[in-house]
Design a binder for this molecule. Sequence first.
Ligand code: AMP
Length: 518
Amino acid sequence: MSNTKDLSEAEIAAKKERKAAKKAAKAAADATPIEESKPSEQDEKAAKKAAKKEKKRKAEEGVDGVQDNNSKNENQPKKSKKTPPASTQDAENFFKENNMTVSDSSIKPLLKFDELDVEKALVKPLTNFEKPTPIQSITWPCLLQGKDTIGIAETGSGKTLAFAIPGLSRHVLSDTSNHTPSILVIAPTRELAVQTYDSIHKLDVTPSICLYGGVSKEEQKRAIKKSKPRVVVGTPGRLLDLVNDGGIDFSNIKYLVLDEADRMLDQGFEKDITAIIGNTPSSRQTAMFSATWPQSVRALAATFMRDPVRVTVGSEELTANKRVDQVIETIDNPRMKEQRLNAHLKSIRKEMGNARVLVFALYKKEAGRIESTLRRGGHAVGSIHGDLSQQQRMKALSDFKDGSVPLLVATDVAARGLDIPNVEVVINVTFPLTIEDYVHRIGRTGRGGAYGKSITFFTDEDKSHAGELMKVLREGGYEIPEGLKKYPAVIKKKDHGSYGAHFKEIDPDAKPKKITFD
Ligand code: AMP
């Protein structure tokens, strides 16, 4: 068994190249016409111009971000008419209980729905829920005061209503005579965009539109003209395309939301996003949500946000959901995967009846192949991947959600950020390209306080992930399975600008350490 440390430089370089090629192949395989479109030279220029404009705006506002009182400040807080927020002690207890940190200690969490001072129509969907989720409790007061806000929270934390309610109240319902877009939400995938759009559309308070690639741009332009949306939700490529050719005007945007910022940057959308932001006024309010807080996301926030409040729910690092039972099955012959998948499905159906099972593949072709095999094997199955039309993907998702087809095959790009409730089991037929994707995949189960199970097939081809996987398992308090111990327990760190990639050896037999803080 070769140890990565013993490899020659040439071998390491070749390995790097293979990994880059694998990554590029994956990007191409999962590409959708819009989501993978790269920015043109013109967009890059626009991006640079926008960054400059932001710098100037910040300079004009002074280092502490305090706005000029004489200038028109559209982000003035609304006067509160309702119950005052929690006391300092209540707030501290709440933050502790929910493992939260907030960068501005003057912000008190909103612990009950009746403290929310917004129009009645906006609180209607909340009647089904018991209390605000942690991210809602803290982002509502921040955003309602007009503050730029960064929320670091996992998907499924109730963040759509966390940003939608204050945005609609402050920037749309307060000015019903306006018929141009006031709210812009940028999301990494069309599924997430559609999901966000659906939640906002359901509130039924203002015209809204969802814009993504892979469908006719001309039709979208006609729809924009006809519906005069106040809220625009979309993916970066098509939004930029539409704004560049005059199909939509963002010059009156008052509220910008960057959803799943880390994912958008991972997908190479930085220049598109920067160019889109350059078309919005600098007086806007900005909210940004991200599951993690890497340097790239910090840089984005530093460029486009004004003295933001940062709220973290849980960890800023990606950690696996503790309510998911992680099973790792090492497989010597990859050809056995489909047989093993069938065996697992059989026992799940026997033990758990019609439980929802989400099967992950790496490439869209692979997803298609697994779907066909399962169908031939008599399973009712749907799939979501880049080779399918938007309609086909949405149909598969809704059949899975309503339980009529409780088996869904998906690729990472298509599944990220989707709100799929009550998935009992996730099966990773092929290990993902990154450990972050592994954590996101298994996080599709065990949501909303429920317990879930993940089954992951691990083959020789995945050995470069063995070290990272062992770390995730140890953090969750799991024994490292014997089959996994034969692989090098090496964690490849992210490349460093000066030192390149470097490695860390870990001990697969080490007991998980529990650290208690006073
Ligand atoms: P999101 O993070 O916006 O995708 O939301 C995930 C799920 O949480 C959605 O199904 C929401 O309807 C639901 N949700 C939103 N707010 C609450 C709340 N306060 N309590 C319970 N569930 C909620």
